[in-house]
Ligand binder design. Structure first.
Ligand code: PRT
Ligand code: MG
Length: 212
């Protein structure tokens, strides 16, 4: 049996064409079922639905043989025990620093003010500000980061941006672009050895179907 870990939403949707290229069709719609294990048209392939941040953990510990996870999630996880053969070029966005409209970020940084930064991505944020030599107090949040500068919880946030509409709707502006984000295929290292005959063709089919 081959178990593939996916999160509901954009990663599931954008992985479907890659699965199709490998001849795999998921037989149930995650938005319509309460099941967490979905069968496919291949009797020896199943999909498990987990939170996006849990995909690397499932694959690392063998709860799934492979999975699809954002670079953001993989950088926070650390990637231990994971083979990352492919950048799938799906679920694309960027990681950025954003502040409230009217907050003079450049001046605050220049003056050496200690910035309060709220984020779900503390590892990436810590590294980013350390590289710039900017002193920050990091505040760990699990969602709705946009609220932090508006309520005075933080001066800035580090968050993912795709269309930019969420920032605009909350009167925030992007002041720094940290990195481009896309999702990667992750494979359990032991599974890759033990199930190589089944996993290799699958990885190759995925590779052939990566969007430009
Ligand atoms: O939503 P949930 O709390 O269940 O979990 P999650 O947010 O971890 O999962 P999900 O499915 O939302 O995201 C999975 C992966 O998709 C992330 O790990 C990213 O690699 C990738 N991705 C691509 C994004 C976005 N684009 C994105 N726009 N993840 C989140 N967003 C959010 C962003 O955090 C912000 O709140 O969308 C909002 C901004 O969108 P725009 O279009 O208004 O700029
Ligand atoms: Mg989300």
């Amino acid at each position: 049996m081959i178990t593939l870990a996916l999160s509901k939403g954009r990663i599931f949707e954008e992985t479907l064409p890659l699965l199709a290229a490998a001849g795999i069709e998921v037989l149930e719609d995650p938005e319509k079922t309460r099941k967490l294990i979905l069968p496919t048209n291949q009797p020896d392939v199943r999909v498990v639905l987990v939170r996006a941040t849990d995909v690397p953990t499932y694959v690392q510990h063998g709860g799934a043989d492979l999975g699809v996870a954002g670079k953001d999630v993989l950088l926070e996880h650390g990637g231990e025990g994971l083979y990352q053969p492919l950048d799938l070029n799906i679920a694309k966005c960027r990681m950025s620093v954003a502040v409230r409209e009217g907050f003079d970020y450049a001046a605050e940084v220049r003056q050496g003010t200690r910035l309060r930064v709220a984020t779900k991505y503390t590892e990436v944020a810590r590294q980013h500000f350390a590289d710039k030599g900017v002193h920050v107090d990091l505040i760990k949040l699990y969602g709705s980061m946009e609220l932090a500068p508006l309520t005075g919880l933080a001066d800035a946030i580090v968050d993912l941006v795709s269309t930019g509409k969420t920032l605009v709707a909350n009167k925030l502006v992007e002041v720094e672009h940290i990195m481009e984000i896309s999702s990667r295929l992750v494979v359990n290292q032991a599974a890759l050895k033990l199930k190589r005959d089944r996993l290799r063709p699958l990885i190759d089919a995925f590779a052939s179907a990566i969007p430009a």
